[in-house]
Design a protein around this ligand. Sequence first.
Ligand SMILES: NC(=O)c1ccc[n+]([C@@H]2O[C@H](COP(=O)([O-])OP(=O)(O)OC[C@H]3O[C@@H](n4cnc5c(N)ncnc54)[C@H](O)[C@@H]3O)[C@@H](O)[C@H]2O)c1
Length: 448
Amino acid sequence: MGTEEQGGHKTAGASNIAPATGKLGVMVVGLGAVATTLIAGVEAVRRGLAKPIGSLTQMGTIRLGKRTDNNSPKIKDFVPLADLNDIVFTGWDIFTDNVYESAAHAEVLNKELVAQLKPYLETIKPIPAVFDQYYVKRLSGVNVKKGKNKRDLAEQLRADIRAFKKTVDRVVVLWAASTEIFITPKAVHQSIEAFEKGMENNDIDIAPSQLYAYAALTEGVPFVNGAPNLTVDFPAMVELSKRNAAPICGKDFKTGQTMMKTVLAPAFKARMLGVSGWFSTNILGNRDGEVLDDPQSFKTKEESKLGSLDYIFQPELYPDLYKDLYHKIRINYYPPRGDQKEAWDNIDIFGWLGYPMQIKVNFLCRDSILAAPVALDLVLFMDLAKRTPELRSIGIQEWLSFYLKSPQSAPGLYPEHDLFIQSMKLKNTLRHIMGVNLITHLGLEYYD
Ligand SMILES: NC(=O)c1ccc[n+]([C@@H]2O[C@H](COP(=O)([O-])OP(=O)(O)OC[C@H]3O[C@@H](n4cnc5c(N)ncnc54)[C@H](O)[C@@H]3O)[C@@H](O)[C@H]2O)c1
């Protein structure tokens, strides 16, 4: 048994995790603001020009043993993660701009830094994409594949993945492309067979993101969905993920407003403070904002952003506190702001005897600056999951909920949104796969 502060669980140990030797290929779908900030950022860190702030895998530590042991190694020294120097990027986009041109267009990073990185960034040129304007109304592009049906297009994506695989040792696919229209799971999503038939029949409910996911998972490659579209969160993909030992996780990077929400809401609930209203509004002027200006893409984002409060507050358990909560989210496209989004939250809370109070949160954030480290960590942890026998065949990696607005969990299990529970779950998963004691934070042993 471990001590009281540590759980008693000791597991088989790390010896069976394959080492992160060789190159990790990262195939990014959508070489826009987030992707180019990630790629340029990783290169800047590799050259010692900047620090990977915001990345848990690069900056974070993990406590092992008792608080008195003073043993908190860096996460990247504790678990075998791919080194940033071993990452090789490529990607698909509907535009022909290389990563230098796209980074310059996005105007997230300053011109001097982008110019310094130009020789590297311009070597990454987009592979022709699978795209259909029906699913992203505000965009049209020229760098797009043609195929006789959706299955044929998915096969072309598989061929892209296989070709890239020949040049690296392992691959992860990351969706950092635009938000597609709102789609709910239908019969076609219920099994691999139905999905494959649906691709042959050009089923309208099969969006391009699903074809990328199908291609990756069929090739045994982990797939991360940074956007809120219906992409891997249905039975056919869960089955494919398990069958091919290709990890999946939830969707939609949890970066700004929702990250704050999943910090504040657990605090109110922990103190049994009531909440009667939560109004969240945003202005942003990047291409993502333009896409989200379309009502059907906005609906996809809205659903993803709405989920967290209901799960955290559990109104069925606490009707006096949260039953009548009015939760509203707005996103407005406002070009002058570019990627430098502004979010406001007005929170109407109530305390002892029902007396009302208000909280205002005004977050002037930078969307892609917040998203890039989240994307990096997800890629590195999904690669770790693929090399870890205990994790690679379970399909959904719930321990990565920490990074996502819409965490995915096993059927019948409600998703965990509380950022601090998610953080604990992530770190305990790392301890578990490395065969060291979990930490429960009980701590009575210090008072023996
Ligand atoms: N930045 C954040 O904080 C944040 C948080 C959560 C989610 N997201 C999501 O991440 C995604 C990327 O955001 P962004 O700001 O980089 O957007 P962006 O518009 O700058 O980039 C998206 C890119 O995807 C490309 N694209 C669209 N459909 C494609 C397809 N089918 N195949 C290949 N490429 C395609 C577009 O041409 C564009 O270059 C969006 O869906 C956004 O909602 C961002």
